[in-house]
Design a protein around this ligand. Structure first.
Ligand SMILES: Nc1ncnc2c1ncn2[C@@H]1O[C@H](COP(=O)(O)OP(=O)(O)OP(=O)(O)O)[C@@H](O)[C@H]1O
Ligand SMILES: C[C@@](O)(CCOP(=O)(O)OP(=O)(O)O)CC(=O)O
Length: 401
């Protein structure tokens, strides 16, 4: 039903979400297969605000495999991209050879593939584009060839964190122990409907490209940081259990505490790396202080921060606290007058702040310290997008427009 047969072309379009880890993945035990030194856990964000869309097409007319990313042709020989293509084709061949009669409804593996992908958020903003990107690619190719079963193992080989974007809601990536990586897979802990009050705010601090990418950064950390080793062996196993329990019980206090401690320890291992890696900047550190002062003013943990390999903050909170916290952010990081829309995503009403709250936070406002906020929530996993209007490739197999 999802294949528009046109000039012998089969085409499928899918979308996939971003995920933000609350137990961080940092460090590999196998670079080639992308096997981590510890398990990790993340929240899948809603695709209404952030998503990758990918169209894949095969045709006997295509002369070679090609890929377009955000409008421009990219290098198809990228090793991780090649691995994902190879693994999907291997599965498709295996199914064909097994004599499955359904497989005649799906295209033959020998045709070349055209891939066209776009992120609806700035790739340069440092918002986990590789996770949504590889999850989307693997999911779309699997739909094209009619493949089912464990696909997170393939997405993992595109980018480690991508395996977690293969599911919605609350997802763990079990590190596994086998050398072939077949047990290093993602699993959903709870679906997106489990904790409807949970909200996510992304405070975009800087749109610059990061100085050290995740892949090389974690390589250096594995080689040089004794703290990372201790963390992987002793701390993460314990925190995985506590975090899973906090999510199951919708215990925001514990969820928030572990999330912040995890972020801080991840950045501590970056500082323990030699030479050290700095992902946080002065604005990031001001956000951390602001969150702690805000929580202590209220005498309970209402918001939690987490930072990945960049200065942008991701805030987890509950819906009843969103309006006040966004107002606090606006007050202490007043937007540029003509800086464009400050709040994107789910609507947030303006409220007034008490003088007491303002004075208990007690820091100097930093104008334009935060560029904009994306307001979103927990969301589902990858989706098949039906209907030809969604396709990013035209009938000629080339990007539209
Ligand atoms: N839509 C996409 N489809 C396929 N690959 C993508 C897509 N978007 C990004 N990528 C791949 O991911 C790379 C960017 O990944 P990189 O790790 O540098 O940044 P990031 O994903 O934003 O951050 P991080 O992975 O550290 O959280 C791109 O160069 C490209 O190879
Ligand atoms: C800080 C992180 O976001 C690191 C993500 O690293 P990547 O998945 O981008 O790394 P590669 O496996 O080398 O592609 C933490 C996390 O998402 O768990």
């Amino acid at each position: 039903p999802f294949m528009a047969e046109d000039r012998n072309m089969a085409v499928v379009t899918c979308s996939a979400p971003v995920n933000i880890a609350v137990i961080k993945y940092w460090g590999k035990r196998d670079e080639e297969a992308i096997l981590p030194i510890n398990s990790s856990l993340s929240v899948t964000l809603h695709q209404d605000q952030l998503k990758t869309t990918t169209t894949v097409a095969v045709s006997r007319d295509f002369k070679e495999d090609r890929i377009w990313l955000n409008g421009t042709e990219d290098n198809i020989t990228h090793p991780r991209l090649q691995t994902c293509l190879r693994e999907i084709r291997r599965l498709a061949r295996k199914r064909r050879n097994s004599g499955d009669e359904n497989c005649n409804t799906f295209p033959t593996v020998s045709y070349k593939v055209h891939i066209c992908s776009a992120n609806n958020f700035p790739t340069a903003a440092g918002l986990a584009s590789s996770a949504a990107g590889y999850a989307c690619l693997v999911y779309a190719l699997a739909k094209l060839y009619g493949l089912e079963g464990e696909l997170s193992e393939i997405a993992r080989q595109g980018s480690g964190s991508a395996c977690r974007s293969m599911y919605g809601g609350f997802v763990q990536w079990v590190m596994g122990e086998k050398t072939d990586g077949s047990d290093s897979i993602a699993q959903q802990i709870k679906p997106e409907s489990h904790w409807p009050e949970l909200r996510v705010l992304i405070l975009v601090v800087s749109a610059e490209r990061k100085p050290v990418g995740s892949t090389t950064g974690m390589q250096t950390s594995v080689k040089t940081s004794p703290l990372l080793k201790h963390r992987a062996e002793k701390i993460v196993p314990e925190r995985m259990k506590e975090m899973t329990e906090a999510i199951q019980c919708r215990d925001f206090e514990s969820f928030a505490q572990i999330t912040m401690k995890e972020s801080n320890q991840f950045h501590a291992t970056c500082l323990d790396t030699f030479p050290p890696i700095f992902y946080l900047n002065n604005i990031s550190r001001r956000i951390i202080n602001l969150v702690h002062k805000y929580n202590s003013h209220h005498g309970e943990t209402r918001v939690a921060y987490t930072f990945d390999a960049g200065p942008n903050a991701v805030i987890y909170t509950l819906h009843q606290h969103v309006e006040e916290f966004v107002e606090v952010v606006k007050h202490f990081f007043p937007p540029e007058e003509n800086g464009g829309q400050f709040l994107k995503g789910l609507p947030v009403k303006s409220v007034s702040l008490s003088e007491q709250l303002k004075s208990s936070i007690q820091t100097d406002p930093v104008k334009a310290g935060i560029q904009y906020i994306i307001s979103t929530k927990v969301g589902p996993g990858p989706q098949l997008m039906e209907g030809p209007n969604h396709h990013l490739l035209g009938k000629d197999g080339l990007p539209k427009q």
